[in-house]
Each structure stands twice: as C-alpha cells, then as structure tokens.
Unconditional design. Sequence first.
Length: 756
Amino acid sequence: MITSARPQIAESASRSRWNRARLRLIVPIGVIAAVAVACLLIAVLTSARRANEVSLTREQQLVQQEIVARGARVLREVESVAGTPGATQAIRVEYDRPWIEHHLGNWLEAFFDHDLVVVVDGTNGVEYARSRISGDVGSTDLPTGLSSVLDLLRGRLTNPPSHAMSILAAEDPRGNGRSVALIEHFLDRPAIVAAVAVGSDKDLAHGNENAPVVVSVKYIDDNVLRDIGARLQLPGLRIVDDPAHSANPQVTALTDAQGAAIAHFAWQPTRLGGQIAGSLLPFVAIAIAGFALLAGLVMRYIRHTAETISAGETQLRHLALHDPVCGLPNRIYFGERLETVIGEVRRGGPSAAVFYIDLDHFKDVNDTLGHHIGDELILNVTQRLSRVMRGDDLVARLGGDEFAIITACASDSYSLQAIAGRIISAVCAPYAISGHNINIGASIGIAVIDRRAGDAADILRYADMALYRAKSEGRNRACIYDAAMDADLSQRKLLEGDLLHAIRNDGLAAAYQPIVNASGDTMVGVEALARWTHPTAGVISPAVFIPIAEHSGLIVELGEWMLRRACLEGRNWPGLTVAVNVSPLQFRRSDFVDVVERVLRETEFDANRLELELTESTLLGNMETAELSMLRLKAIGVRFALDDFGTGYSSLLYLRRFPFDKLKIDSSFVLSIETAPDAAAIVHAVVSLGRGLGMRVTAEGVENAEQHLFLRAAGVHSMQGYRFGRPGPAADITARMASPDDYRVDNPDQEVALAS
Ligand code: C2E
Ligand code: CA
Ligand code: CA
C-alpha cells in the first residue's frame, strides 16, 4: 500500500543519509587515522631497523678494534720482557737458558697466558721453545706459520703477508724494526703472533738482520673472547666456523690483507632497535587505541546526528504530505501520485480513475457540533473509505470536506458506478459520534485516466466538473466526466456573462406564487421567484441560473434586484406578506442589513409585510452575526421564514436559537406523504414542533386535494403549491386580489370524497 510504503522509504532514506555521512566524513577520518598510524608504525620500525644497523656496525667495529687492541697488548707484553737489557744480556750476549726459561717462557705463559713462546737466533734457528699445548712444537725446527712474522720483522717483506692481518699495519707495516704483530691462522686456529727483536738500541741501530727474536703466539680462544665480550658487553661472543649457517646474524669477520676471513665472530646482538621499538610500541598502541576510540565516538555522534536529522526530515516530509487530522495523504501528495499514475498509464499500464468525493453537510456538523466532532467525523469517513478501497488505491484528503481516490480499475461506466456506489453507501451510513447521531451524504465526480489522458490538472478539472454535475443532479450521486461537460462548462461561462447583463439591464423578472391559508380560500401572501428569459435561449429555469449566480457571486446583485422588485410591486397588494428568497452569500455580507433597510426606505415598502426566506445553510458558520442581523431586521418589523425545512441538516438548534417566525416544510415531504409511511408522522411532528416554538408552519409544493386535506388536518397554518396557484407575473396577483372568488379552490373534503 502506498501509505504504508512511506516508513520504508523513510528508513531507506535515513540509511542512505547515514551512508553518505559515512562516505563524506567517516571514511576520510578513518583514512587519515589509518595513514597516521601506519606512518607512526613505519617510523618506529624504520628507526628500529636503522638503530639495529647502526648498533651492529658499531658492535662489529668494537669487536674488530678490541681484537686488534688485544694484538697490540700481546705485542706490548712480549716487548715488556724481550725489550729489557736483561733479555739482551741473556739471549744476545751470553745464552742463559735458565733466565730465558724463568723470565721469558714461564713469565709470558703464566702472567700473560701466551700459548707458545719461541726464541730464534739470527738465522731463525730455534733456540728455545715453550708451548702450553703439547704438539704445537714438535722439534727444534721453526714451527710453520712463524716465518712470515719473522720475514716481516726482518724487513724481507715490504707488506704484511697476504694471509694475515697486521696489527700495526696502519702505522708502519714493519713496526719500528724492533717488533711486529700479526693476526693469522696458526696451526689452523686464529691467533695473535708477536715478534720482538732482542738487543739494545745500539744493537739494532743498523737493523735486526741477525738479531735473535722472541716470538710469542696467543690463540684467540674462548677465554680471550669471553674477556672481550665482557668488556664490550656483548654476551656470547665466540668464533663461528660457518657464518652462513649461523643462527646469529650478528657476525663480523677479521680479514686478511686479501679480504679473506681469518675468523668469524658472532655474539648476541644488543638489538637497540628492538629495544627502542619495544619501548615505543606501548605508546603507539595507546595512540592507535585512542584513534580508534575517537573514530568510534565521531562515528557514533555522526550516526546519531544523521538519524536525528533523518527522523526530523521524515517527520517534516510526512507533515508536508499528509493531512494532520486524518493522516491521509494531502493534496500535494495526491498531485504527485496522480502525475505518476498518468505516466504509468501512458506507458501502457492499466487504466485508472480519480474519484473526487465531496461530503454533503459536513460543514453543518462542523459549525453546529464543533470542530472536534467534525474531526472525529473525518476520521470515521477516512476509515470507511480505506475499508471500501483496495490496499493499493490512494485515498487522499484534499480539503475540508473533499476527498479523492486514485484507483486502478476498469474504465467502463458500470464498474466505475459500482465503485462509486460502494463509496456512497459506506459514507452515507449513519455515524454515532460522542452521543450524536450524524448523517451526511456524498457526491462523487469521476474522471478516467486512459492513455490519451492530459496532465494532472486536466484530470482534476474533469473530476471537478463531474462532481459539479453530480451535485446539480441531486445529492448522493456519482457522475463520470464526459466531453459534453466541457461544453457545459463553457455554456455556464457564457450564461454567467448573460446573467450579469440581465441583472444590470432589467432582463430579469419576478414571478409571484400565492400563499394561502389552511382552508385554501384566502391568499395571505406571495413568494417572489426570479425568472429569466434569455434573449436567444428562451426561458431558463431558476434551477439552472440560481446555482450559476451562486457559484459566480452574481447572486448578491440578483438578490438585491429581486428584493427591490418585490418591494416595488408588493406595494400594490396591501395586507399581503411578500416573501423574498435570500441566498447564503447575500446574507453573510456585512452590509446585508443596510441593503435591506435602504431598499425598504427607497421603495417605501412596509417592513412588516416583508418576509425573508433563509435556508439552514445560510446560518452556518457565522451564527453570532447571523443572529445579530436577524435581530436588527426584526426590530424594524421584518419577518423570517426557515425555507426548505427537512432537506438540510434540520437541526432543532436553528429553530430554537434563531428568531424565525415561520417554518416552510419542503415539498419533498409533502410529495411523499402518500407514499412513505413515516413521512406523515414526520410532518405531524414538524407541525407540532413549530407550533410549540410559536412559529407558523407553511407547507410547500401542495398539488392535490389529498395533500391539502392531510396538511390541514395536521395543523399547517398556510400552504403554497400549484393547487393554489403557480408563480406568475405581478399582474396575476393584482387581478387575484381584485376578484378572490375566481381563484378559490374547492373544498378538499368534497374533492377527496368524490375521487374515492
Ligand atoms: P424555493 O424557494 O423552494 O421556491 C419554490 C419552488 O417550488 C419554486 O421553483 C416554485 O415554482 C416551485 N413550486 C411551487 N409550487 C409547486 C408545486 O406545487 N409543485 C412543484 N413541483 N413545484 C412547485 P422555482 O421558481 O423554479 O425556484 C426554484 C428555486 O430557486 C427556489 O426554491 C429558490 O430556492 C430559488 N430561487 C428562485 N428565485 C430566487 C431568488 O430570487 N433568490 C434566491 N436566492 N433564490 C431563488
Ligand atoms: Ca423559497
Ligand atoms: Ca422552498
């Protein structure tokens, strides 16, 4: 159903608004937050890696420097013994083996932990050798691996040997000619090999070619590395054989002159970067959590705002498109939907129709019982219409008492009238609201929407024309628009112009219908009725031109013209009451009383003989001013009759509240006296009611003796109808006054008796 589809539309609108908000705000915020977090992480990780690299390089340098420094220390240790005058004496001057054993070999081994001590003579022949590790020195031959250090010391090599690393290489590859140290493989193990020439400065002034040399070897073993590791705070510093398969990436190589590795060292890295990252990460995590929390809060806020706005919009849209009283779609919504349906039908969809419904007497209810009852009534009508129509029909309230329905249906008149019939019987069934029993009617104009349909305005105009026709044909009817109605409309427009011309140029006339006493033998008054003979169309019935005049507002001028005319002509009929019809539009004008007074003054007509006929609808809506106007006119003698009693809302309220002098029972009641069983009872009741309120009662439309007899018996004071005289020119009334006997009706008793 169209109306129930609204909440879904609203819901999806709210969802899409939320989606839009998410796209416009939350996505950018999320992206910024994510990028910021990513940058932060990358910064932390990069700096951690960089710190790792820096610390690795630093540690590698430290390890190498420390090993080189160790080499220099070993050299200094050897020098501290071999460079003494005692050593020169014991080795060079006179060979003193005990001294050498005690002060050199034992000393270097015990105090400085050297692994091998050898003393060679000027021709590199071994004079003394002491080794901690058995097997290092097997004979008196120079152990292989020591020749290169001796060659370097003795100046036979200009550069350090290719397989070794010179400790003093940076300063002087040959040392000072007195000493040199290398790091090289000695017996397949990395070792520091130091050689010191023995002799005083004078001895060595011309080189060390033939000088004895003390050579000492110290392996770079676990003890040395543990010591270095402890100094450098590099736990686990050790030699690894195959760096490629080492689990530890922290490896450095000690390389020889050719760049080949003498030894690989590994240790547990400090991983400064890891420490930095480790100390930063909790803060990063807190920042990320903060971002996430912030984004969450912003999202929640935006979502909440979007929902609030959306709910407000939905509500506003609903208010803009629905009737506040009954909740039905309003005119705007109806117009939009009508356009859509017309479009669908034009594209080949099933035909549809607009039912334009006008409630009769709704205004009466509103004015007499109050707006709350009126609203309640509208709600009831809404429920009934919704029940009668199908779910996919659109029921809308266009205004006060106007409803409209769009329904897809067969476009033949039989089906349309069947639907209209259902609507009318639903709406016309009595309503019980707050203890009031309310009856209203409905007129319906129908316009079919087919493939040739015009736009929404056209369709509405057609439905309106059909409604006008339905109303003018009598209430509780439905009319289907046809092209002839367009012609009617233009005809009406033409007539309107002609009527205006007639009013202004005395083209109208007044006819007078006698009103007689109960027995019918005496004329007591006349009713003035407007007559119009069109110059070309001939006589036009008041039933045609009065509605046109009312619709166009011409009735005000017409009414004044008739009043003046009736007063002028009525002057000739002393003793007769002259009744003039007053239309609601005329009566409601603020100058109405002044106009009547002026006409009376100008025509010098006796106000006591003027009777104004009002209908119930004349009094609606402005009860206070209506009462005041009536009272002002009554004060100068004018009388009032309530016309057409029984056709309108017929509330007792009117009779009680307003100072009417007379009640005119509508001709439809009189007509039904013989046919409808309860009409007679109603007429009785109305007569006694009027009498009870001190009013006189006139019956209209009395055509035959039976009606006359019945009404007289019921106690009606006066009568009007063809039985007593048709409306005619003023001259007829004058003639009738001159010779009343010519117009006397027969005694109804005799007539009825004769007929039966
Ligand atoms: P109404 O005021 O109820 O006038 C009585 C109508 O009943 C007149 O119709 C009259 O010719 C008709 N009539 C009288 N006796 C009989 C009868 O025995 N049988 C039948 N079938 N009809 C009878 P008319 O003159 O056609 O006027 C129709 C309505 O036009 C009037 O109804 C009144 O409402 C309105 N009207 C006429 N003249 C004026 C006028 O000057 N001003 C205003 N505001 N309305 C007028
Ligand atoms: Ca009348
Ligand atoms: Ca009447």
